[in-house]
Design a binder for this molecule. Structure first.
Ligand SMILES: [Zn+2]
Ligand SMILES: [Zn+2]
Ligand SMILES: [Zn+2]
Length: 239
């Protein structure tokens, strides 16, 4: 099934196709004005990256982050909004360099040959410049792959560690039995069900996971976005 991939700009509240979003954000007058107002009040401005992240063609995000933020902040953000099921390992690959935590350096070298590996405490600006791309993996068993690119840089301030500019709208997925809106996904059969049809499905409800707006829907035990308070708590601890 083909789904229309769209999102709502959080500044002007207009809807755009995913493919038109980069251009829109670069020219959105409401965003520009707000950025300028905030920057004018700021004592100290700093470089901010505009980053696009995608998982396949349906799931994508545009965010802004301080260029000096750590990769681990981005990792925590991905876990929070899209990925976290049971605390799996994760890692970035940027220009052939692996950035991971929780791995012994020696194991890493065995695992990845002689490839260089670094810690996630590395700053974004040390690993990526404008135009730079990265790959990210969550869970090295049932892996969810993300791709990202730094689209631009501006001087200003941010009130939050990761500012979401826009994300893809949730998709309305239909029950494959009756055509009503689906609520669950059977991981065994990889079929979507509404509540009613799921109760009659032979795999039972134990194999079902909720329909969520995430590339990790239906994988491992993923049940949807976590409470973002956790993210900010972790972030404040690590500053
Ligand atoms: Zn806009
Ligand atoms: Zn899991
Ligand atoms: Zn149904």
């Amino acid at each position: 099934m083909e789904y229309k991939s769209e999102g709502i700009c959080r500044f002007c509240l207009k809807t755009f196709a995913g493919s038109a979003m980069t251009r829109h954000l670069n020219t959105c007058k409401v965003k520009k004005k707000k950025d300028e107002q905030e920057a004018a009040k700021a004592k100290q401005k700093y470089p901010i990256y505009h980053i696009r992240i995608s998982a396949g063609k349906y799931y994508w995000l545009h965010i802004e982050m301080k260029a000096t933020s750590k990769l681990s902040t981005l990792d925590n953000f991905f876990r929070d909004i899209w990925l976290e099921c049971c605390g799996h390992l994760s890692g970035f690959t940027i220009n052939g360099v692996e950035y991971q935590d929780d791995f012994e350096q020696n194991d890493m070298n065995m695992f990845f040959g002689e490839q260089e590996s670094k810690a996630m405490s590395t700053k974004l600006s040390q690993a990526l410049s404008v135009g730079g791309k990265f790959n990210y993996e969550y869970d090295f068993g049932s892996t969810t792959h993300l791709e990202g690119k730094v689209l631009g840089l501006r001087e200003g301030i941010l009130k939050e560690p990761v500012k979401i500019l826009v994300r893809n709208n949730p998709y309305v997925i239909k029950c494959e039995e009756c055509g009503k809106n689906a609520t669950d996904f059977c991981c065994e059969c990889e079929i979507s069900f509404c509540e009613e049809c799921l109760s009659e499905h032979e795999c039972g409800e134990d194999m079902a996971l909720p329909i969520v707006n995430s590339p990790r829907m239906g994988v491992c035990g993923y049940c949807g976005e976590s409470d973002s308070d956790n993210f900010y708590e972790e972030y404040n601890k690590n500053q």
